[in-house]
Ligand binder design. Sequence first.
Ligand SMILES: *Cc1c(COP(=O)(O)O)cnc(C)c1O
Length: 425
Amino acid sequence: MTPAPGPVTVPAAVERLVRSLPPEKLPAYVYDLAALRDHAARIRTALGPRTELYYAAKANPETDVLRALSPYVDGYEVSSGGELAHVADAVPGRPLAFGGPGKTPEETSAALRTGVARFHVESARDLRQLARLARENGAGTGGRPPVGVLLRVNLPVPGGLPAGSALTMGGSPSPFGVDPADAEDLLRELTGDGRPVLRWYGVHAHLASGLTAPQHLALARSVVTWSAALAARHGLPLPEVNVGGGMTVDYTRPADRFDWAALGAGLDRLADEHPGTVLRIEPGRALTAYCGWYATEVLDVKRSHGENFAVLRGGTHHLRTPATKGHDQPCAVLPVRDRPDERPGDLVGALAETAGTVTLTGQLCTPKDVLARGVTAPGLRPGDRVAFALAGAYAWNISHHDFLMHPRPGFHFLGASPGGGPGRP
Ligand SMILES: *Cc1c(COP(=O)(O)O)cnc(C)c1O
């Protein structure tokens, strides 16, 4: 069993808003953009000048989130035509990397028209489709530059990743990237053309998630070493290596942060060993998880076969993360003590002060709709507020919103511009 999450501190501005919203305006997603800017600035500072930071938009593509990150990131990684169009619109002119398996001709053409900085090529077919469409698009002729390509390679994950701590997708059969052995022929094909429409910049690898800084560094080192050898075998320079995202977010320790300083220092050493190569990382979760809150109220409190349950307005159709990750979402209970309109009968359903822990569920008619177990909340009663932390990544946008047709949550963006108030009403 995983341990119950540690304590959660709700920022004052978030708590004020959550307490001020009337019940019918709950649940609500609250994004603390000031906290996001702080966090991103710290990450940027921890990374050396030869490490580029791209944000993987799939973690949270909210327009205000993309814009808040803009001063601190070198670009954005998108993995579909939808993300491509959305991100290009939200942060016009910022560099984009377009990856993902199964790119359609329409998506690839749209990406060429948008002028993405890098294509992450995932297969032989992906490469040939890109070359054909790039040629039709006039790339590499008439003063137009060739299209920039990184070859995504499914490299083995070095030993020493403790089992269970990281979700590994490299080094084993998968739809992502090409096998190391096949990279040789594809690289020849990519660079052998006399009138190149594509230009090879290096290797892309995103091999695992849930990685600590030492694990990410070990992975980065093996990817860069392999890529340098590949380039050397083909007599080519190696301008870039993208070593992926997957930096861990520890949902049991909501106050902890990934050790960006250790990663930055380690990547600096690695870059020093490979002069002429720029390193790039593309985290999603560890950038935006901490800035998001899913806030709601208690609708009902009950005992069932000896255990306490609180049913909340909303549920995993808005915040699917605890269901997909199999964890308890860290949360803070915000008791509402001052209730001028309350009559004695309203107290029915209050949890006894000594009642132990409670399971927080949503309104869905499925036993899987559990947001958190083992929450200590003596005296919890209907009307009390609950704020779930770490809901800024893979939260709203991975959830099955329409299941059971409950209303959608509200969205609030605090501190949308430096020193400013809420971003949109
Ligand atoms: C999902 C994804 C990422 C981001 O992963 P996180 O675990 O959110 O950091 C980066 N690169 C690729 C190719 C991805 O698919």
